[in-house]
Design a protein around this ligand. Structure first.
Ligand SMILES: Nc1ncnc2c1ncn2[C@@H]1O[C@H](COP(=O)(O)OP(=O)(O)OP(=O)(O)O)[C@@H](O)[C@H]1O
Ligand code: NI
Length: 329
């Protein structure tokens, strides 16, 4: 296969607080092709956002990338000088987050905020930037872009603000959009509209999207592939359809078993008995072991590495005793 757009290999991230170190991400690897939408799904604290923030090197000061490599179109982002990295952000890699209002300046009208990203990176006059800003607002599905451009964030709904954020994030046609829980704060109808925007972006502009979510319903709607995270590791990765139909890791199996089958009901992932381990020491055994009904003695010896099950091209599972049966229903 051609060189992937994004290649994350063996990424490990620690947070170093005064009294403890949190091993937030351990040996995470995945690749993303242009125009592909990969979802990272997992419970709160599993390390999803840490992975998303590590890519454009936006982790807080107490975080350290202790192992691994991250490359975008062949360029090693971890070795990129700060000045170059800054020009990568926005231009090649963009991010959107859960709270769009927090990302907007409350005292500047929307049109100026969108125009600002254009004029700061491109050689455009004010008038032309404003015109392109209005175009951009239209492109993200805002019906009255002229009026929206004159509005202030408090005059818009959360869904409209998230559309504006998608417009700002994609104004410069980035190769990669990292979207961290972009719809969690929105109600279900609006959520679907925002997901549709992401879907269009990658279909029409070939933008690769890394979508961080705790919601398997969201994954099922838009992702091509999914990486399931548990306690800082990817426990299973593969095409969404395959994983939904036949999850191999006992954790993914449990997650999907708790998913309501009725459409429109939002599923959350906190329903497997037990809780994830503290991540204050490097894992010496499979982190899912205490909650696993299928554990073998070798699961105590070391965390299982990602394995490619025979006959399951395109899939990886970090488990010595995967489940080989379809989900019921
Ligand atoms: N600044 C920090 N200092 C110390 N520990 C942190 C810091 N940020 C995150 N952590 C810890 O790192 C682990 C991974 O956090 P992260 O935010 O990446 O998880 P997440 O999967 O995105 O969770 P959520 O769904 O709640 O957003 C958690 O145990 C979290 O408590
Ligand atoms: Ni998060």
């Amino acid at each position: 296969m051609a060189q992937p757009l994004l290649d994350v290999r063996g990424l490990s991230v620690e947070y170093r607080a005064r009294d403890a170190t949190v091993y937030a991400v351990s040996g995470v690897s995945f690749a993303l092709q242009p125009g592909e939408l990969l979802a990272i799904v997992g419970e709160s604290g599993s390390g999803k956002s840490t992975v998303g923030l590590a890519i454009p090197r936006l982790l807080p000061a107490e975080a350290a990338i202790t192992a691994g490599a991250i490359s975008l179109a062949g360029t090693n982002l971890l070795a990129l000088p700060d000045a170059e990295l800054r020009s990568y952000r926005g231009r090649r890699i963009a991010m959107i987050f859960q709270d769009p209002v927090a990302g907007l300046n409350p005292v500047i009208d929307i049109g100026s905020q969108v125009a600002e990203i254009l004029t700061s990176h491109l050689d455009l006059g004010r008038r032309e930037a404003r015109r392109q800003a209005v175009d951009l607002l239209y492109r993200v599905g805002l019906a009255e872009p002229e009026r929206i451009a004159r509005s202030y964030p408090f005059q818009l709904s959360g869904g409209m603000c998230q559309r504006v954020m998608i417009g700002i994030a994609t104004a410069l046609d980035p190769q990669l959009l990292i979207a961290d829980e972009p719809t969690s704060a929105l109600d279900v109808t609006v959520q679907a509209q925002i997901l549709y925007q992401l879907e269009r972006l990658r279909a029409e502009r070939g933008t690769a999207v890394l979508l961080v979510t705790h919601d398997f319903g969201v994954v099922a709607q838009v992702a091509d592939r999914v990486a399931v995270m548990y306690a800082g590791r990817i426990v299973e990765e593969g095409p969404v359809r395959d994983i939904l139909r036949r999850p191999l890791h006992p954790y993914s199996h449990g997650l999907l078993a708790t998913l309501p089958r009725v459409d429109g009901v939002r599923a959350h992932l906190h329903q497997i008995p037990g809780s994830p381990p503290e991540m204050t020491a490097p894992a010496a055994r499979c982190p899912f072991l205490p909650r696993c009904s299928k554990a073998l003695s070798r699961c105590r010896e070391a965390p299982p590495p990602p394995l490619e099950p025979a006959g399951e091209g395109n899939r990886r599972v970090a488990c010595y005793n995967p489940i080989w049966q379809d989900t019921a229903g």
